[in-house]
Design a protein around this ligand. Sequence first.
Ligand SMILES: C[S@@+](CC[C@H](N)C(=O)[O-])C[C@H]1O[C@@H](n2cnc3c(N)ncnc32)[C@H](O)[C@@H]1O
Length: 184
Amino acid sequence: MIYYSYFLLIAFLAYDIYLIYSLFPSQKGQYPPFVPAPYKARKTIIKQLLPLLKGSQKSLRIVDPGCGIGSLLIPLARAYPQHKFIGIEWDKLLYKICLFRSRNLQNITYFNQDMLTYDYHDTDIIVCFLVPKIIPDLQKRILETGKKDTLIFSIDCSFPQLTEIACFDSHLFWQSFKIHQYKL
Ligand SMILES: C[S@@+](CC[C@H](N)C(=O)[O-])C[C@H]1O[C@@H](n2cnc3c(N)ncnc32)[C@H](O)[C@@H]1O
């Protein structure tokens, strides 16, 4: 029990140090630091995506801008080898963790780059968990480079210039998350 408590304490300290370090590349919170998508919100998005991924004859390209450690993409890539999954992560350490976690998956690719320089022209579905401050810039980039009919699933952040086609609620204890769905 005592070892378990030490482990938890060290894990919390390491994460706090990481959050402080991430304030520099995130330009004091303008860009989201690494916070994994809440388990329940991930489950809700995965559930919403299942009929689309299961039902599609064509191989789809699913992109997670700011993929963190790949928690949204990896379960989907495992379940749907016929589709292509792309994670964009500018933090080198998180990018390397993604590569390691996906070492046995052929249908997942990561780009260690800024999501605002990525070209979304052949993206069918975007899934994201970000902060409101980055949304205007990402929205602009998606509108400039994206294609018609691309679907966007966003945990908690809304894209004001896009027309929302659905909104789902996801609850975990006292926390509630909205998942907004848009179509370009
Ligand atoms: C809130 S986390 C989301 C993690 C992941 N999508 C998930 O659901 O578990 C946001 C991630 O975006 C990354 N990020 C922030 N700004 C970025 C940018 N401009 N380009 C690429 N990645 C960025 C951060 O390093 C962080 O890992």
